[in-house]
Design a protein around this ligand. Sequence first.
Ligand code: NAD
Ligand code: DAU
Length: 379
Amino acid sequence: MKTYLVTGAAGFIGANFIKYMLAKHDDIKIVVLDALTYAGNLATIANDIDNERCYFVKGNICDRNLIDQLLANYRFDYIVNFAAESHVDRSIEVPQLFLQTNILGTQNLLDAARGAWVNGKDENGYPTWRKGVRFHQVSTDEVYGSLGAEGFFTEETPLNPHSPYSASKTSADMIVMAYHDTYKMPVTITRCSNNYGPYQFPEKLIPLIIKNILEGKRLPVYGNGTNVRDWLYVDDHCKAIDMVLHQAEDGAIYNIGGHNEMQNIDIVKLTIATIRRIMTENPSYRQYLKKKELNEAGEIDIEWMNDSLISFVKDRLGHDMRYAIDPSKISRELGWLPETKFEDGIVKTIQWYLDNQEWVKNVTSGNYQNYYDNMYKNR
Ligand code: NAD
Ligand code: DAU
């Protein structure tokens, strides 16, 4: 039986990760640590927390006493750190919070783990570590900065972040590697491209566009919409982390991505077309539309649901132009390959949001409207 501390698992990817792990492995126990910020929602994992295989603790990764206590109470084999402030736009508004959580929080976890996992010293004075332990840092392709029209990020691409978010994630990666190089801590890092799938908070492009369409609102596209992101279905990311945790060498870094580059404008157009198609094939989904004008056939009208909803708005400051991952290292060394084709994943995702409007309502019931009004008012 292996025991995992998974931080940030009430958020998008962490929640998908614990669902994936609990379904795949019988012989594991997971403790979830999450501060339940605006991005964390207990309802997302309520069905997974059975208190036997999975146990929830509300708390901050910056809280050293709490982390020490958890490490003393549970003999963790793995720490998987998803907890982070994750939204680039928010990092432009409140950079310091990102430095606190993403850098200092990560260092706090590393140091607490060092306290709990070191069991002696070798002849050169390096700490020795309990057998089988590992700290895994969930990082991002944004640490590499931005690409022009050509090329891909490899693990050798120099780190060159631009936003406060990506600078904080880069710093965290460097601290993780500092613990590996200085104390020989068993660590791994994965740097993934843009994820999409169920349970993503509707501040990020795809769920925000879905939400706005249902509400009949304008669809804000930053700049001219030609920025490129490399999209990966969240389960494929979870599978890669599972493989890295169990198969990678200590100190290894892997890029994760599925060669699925898309311009933002094409993502938005595809989302409009997909919702329209689903609502044409199954008119009962039209009940989720805020606008309920009837057409001549007596059905809720969806003629207005087209590309004219798109509104090109003021660009994000320092907006990275293009991300694209070369995943050949993880494919070659660990045998990872993405399984979900984008055409299938995007339909599955949109369908999930349509079927889970209660979840959307729940996570956006707090400060979301204020956030939206502030973030988009000058655009
Ligand atoms: P998210 O914002 O949906 O979730 C973050 C979670 O962390 C939330 O549950 C939040 O409550 C929790 N949290 C925030 N601050 C905390 C703190 N101080 N202590 C404890 N918990 C805290 O983020 P996500 O999109 O699921 O991303 C998860 C991780 O994956 C992040 O580290 C992010 O940098 C990385 N990542 C994300 C993507 C992506 O496309 N979303 C891609 C690559 C890497
Ligand atoms: O690449 C991995 C990163 O992907 C992760 O590290 C981050 O945590 C995650 O948030 C994501 O960052 P992005 O900035 O790429 O994601 P976001 O969904 O915010 O934006 C995707 C693209 O869409 C980006 O080019 C900005 C644009 N965009 C975004 C929003 C919210 C718009 O045009 N309009 C919008 O309203």
